[in-house]
Design a protein around this ligand. Structure first.
Ligand SMILES: NC(=O)c1ccc[n+]([C@@H]2O[C@H](COP(=O)([O-])OP(=O)(O)OC[C@H]3O[C@@H](n4cnc5c(N)ncnc54)[C@H](OP(=O)(O)O)[C@@H]3O)[C@@H](O)[C@H]2O)c1
Length: 368
């Protein structure tokens, strides 16, 4: 019988949960994968030898059953409303199950007074998870994922446009990590709690890139010229609502707009890139162009074609016809908790301390 710990992976069909579960299986660890439905992703997990747990991870009774017999867990709240509820359910069940170690997926921006409610909830969840003395915790706090850019790859492939509200095209503002590289840091912490308990890691890609660099990397991977277009926040809300097949909820869009604001302010470039993927995860972080090339080779629909161009044009027209969101109203309508004096990351002294910012000219040059 295996003496390795049983590891629960929540959000196991998600961007980071799937590679976390697969990498754990490659290392021979027994994995229970929490998914909400059986589909191709759960089949991949099953074939890799993970035990599937199909349920609702926002429901305490399901989480209790999922944690039975586990000693270590990956805590990953979906990018969706009710993150604090998910994390409260997870934390309560983790106590009852007397887990030894938890690895949380938090955020680069995580801070007590952040303008984003989702981010304040992540900060609070991390604090609550760390309170009991009998569970050790490692936090993995990545910034803006490489995967976020891949959401607009269709338009880049068929219309030659990379459109996002990321500010000036030439300023290097993010070192985007692949989901697999974020996962490898989480896996290191899940499999060696003794070494990683109490630590916070911030995996990044290998180099800071500007929006123009990202467009150029997409262009090289797609074999065509791709031009960056800085769009307004209003246009971004239209685009996120028009993204098929499952549009982002209005609640999520309201928060993603704040993250785009942080991006333009240069928060994701503070003390980036880090060496955490290499030093903790034990592998060389993947370059953005290589991430795009992997995606392109897995998606024949990205090859240039008349039908692809017509699909992308139709999606663009749908975007133009989708109403923009009044982000303040969205938050007010949902009774989002407001705080008196919210602070963007770089205006927050506590955040600055934990990120040990370097006063380099590149960072000082960022404009809001
Ligand atoms: N994206 C970024 O740039 C970024 C940056 C920093 C931090 N983060 C953090 O990353 C976290 C999200 O991680 P991720 O991107 O790996 O996750 P993700 O891709 O959003 O995956 C979430 C998974 O949870 C599943 N799920 C949703 N509701 C469920 C329910 N009721 N019961 C069971 N499963 C359910 C979803 O299932 P289906 O797939 O079947 O719908 C999905 O597979 C967030 O907490 C966010 O704060 C993201």
């Amino acid at each position: 019988m295996s003496t390795l710990p049983n590891i629960l992976v929540t959000s196991a069909a998600g961007k980071t949960g799937l590679p976390v579960a697969l990498q754990l299986r490659e290392k021979g660890f027994p994995v229970r994968a929490f998914v909400r439905r059986r589909d191709a992703r759960s089949e991949t997990l099953r074939r890799a030898g993970a035990e599937l747990f199909v349920g609702n991870q926002y429901a305490l009774s399901d989480m209790r059953r999922a944690m039975t017999g586990m000693s270590v867990a990956y805590q990953c709240a979906p990018t969706a409303p009710n993150g604090l509820h998910f994390n409260a359910v997870f934390t309560a069940a983790a106590h009852e199950a007397r887990l030894d170690h938890v690895v949380t997926l938090g955020q680069w921006l995580s801070a007590a007074d952040h303008p984003s409610l989702f981010t304040r909830e992540v900060y609070l969840s991390d604090l609550l998870m760390r309170m009991p003395a009998d569970i050790t915790v490692t936090s993995v706090n990545p910034g803006w994922f490489a995967d976020n850019y891949l959401m607009v790859l269709d338009m880049a492939a068929h219309l030659g446009l990379f459109a996002m509200p990321l500010g000036a095209g030439k300023v290097k503002k993010n070192a985007p990590p692949s989901s697999e590289d974020i996962a490898c840091v989480a896996v290191a912490a899940l499999t060696d709690p003794g070494r990683h308990a109490g630590k916070t890691y911030r995996p990044t890609g290998p180099e800071l890139l500007s929006p123009d660099d990202i467009a150029a990397a997409m262009g090289r991977a797609l074999g065509r010229r791709v031009r960056y277009m800085d769009i307004s926040e209003r246009m971004m809300t239209k685009a996120l609502r028009a993204v098929p097949p499952e549009n982002y909820s209005e609640a999520a869009v309201s928060q993603l707009a704040i993250y785009a604001d942080e991006y333009r302010r240069g928060a994701f470039a503070v003390n980036a890139p880090t060496d955490h993927v290499e030093r903790i995860g034990g592998r060389v972080p993947e370059r953005f162009e290589s991430i795009v090339r992997r995606t392109v080779s897995a998606r024949p629909d990205l090859r240039r074609s008349l039908s692809g161009q017509m699909r992308a044009t139709a999606a663009f027209l749908r975007l133009l016809l989708t109403p923009a969101l009044d982000l303040q109203k969205v938050q007010a309508d949902r009774d989002y908790v407001r705080i008196g004096d919210p602070k963007f990351s770089q205006d927050d002294a506590d955040w600055q301390t934990t990120h040990q910012p370097r006063k380099t000219p590149a960072i000082a040059g960022f404009a809001a």
